[in-house]
Design a protein around this ligand. Sequence first.
Ligand code: NDP
Length: 288
Amino acid sequence: MNNSSFKLNDNTSIPAIGFGVFQIPNDGSTYASVLKALEIGYRHIDTAVAYFNESEVGKAIQDSGISRDDIWITSKMWLQDYAYEDAKKAIDLSLKKLQTGYIDLYLIHQPYGKVDEAWKAMEEAKSEGKIRSIGVSNMTPKIWRKWENSFTIMPAVNQVEFNPYFQQKELRKIMSENNVTLEAWAPLGQGNQELLNEPILKNLAKKYAKNVGQIILRFEYQEGIIVFPKTVHSERMISNLNIFDFALTSDEMDSIRMLDKNKGMHDPDASGTKEMLLNAFDVHADDK
Ligand code: NDP
């Protein structure tokens, strides 16, 4: 059972490992996966408006029989909704789809457009008790500096791409100065085979009788980073959660730190990113 957690800057405790549902379809698969993950012991689900599966997450939580207060739910606002009035509506719609009176953590999913207006709506929703913690995502050092003055409440987290190939050293320094916790998306490199076959990681897996995924997730946990690996396979759900019965030594941590290439799959600073993302996901396509 995983009951390890991290304390955020607003004093809430978030389970250190969650279950991510990006790219799990809303054809019943998200419902089945979340139900299975909860049964296995996950108590933290990471979804988003732009994953189009909040309703299935909400239904699985309802049907799990587990008390709502024992489950951490994260969701994220998408780009079409950042104008202040739209942002307020988006939060209420997420609450409705998730069938819950409050969301534990809500994020600004992508840092473009009217981020300041969306943030204001999120700060208000927090004070109204609709959201417990608020945070941002995909903020690079450059983007963070652009927006930091609009935060009356400091974001609790910044959810960014992170794995042994992309360790975000510069960003982590800025986040730690502000007491903002890093959350990793693609903690397993989205299944990158080169990463999963790194000799250093394979040797450690052998030493601890674990698999490479567990070595990576344990490394991230020891770095103080929140993870929520995605899988539709129950054996992987079990193994990804099972990282609390061993510890990497400081030399082993250093050897994994050496794998950093300081480059990810996605560059939020690249020109045209906002348009690319807006075109890729229209969360109001069905309203039209
Ligand atoms: P992950 O790094 O979690 O990798 C998921 C992939 O790895 C899937 O293809 C899965 O395959 C495979 N996998 C899972 N476990 C293992 C294992 N133990 N060994 C080998 N392969 C494995 O990538 P994600 O992009 O899904 O990131 C995790 C979560 O982060 C997302 O689900 C989402 O919640 C969040 N996210 C947030 C973003 C943002 O912009 N804020 C962007 C992207 C993700 P299979 O399912 O077949 O097992």
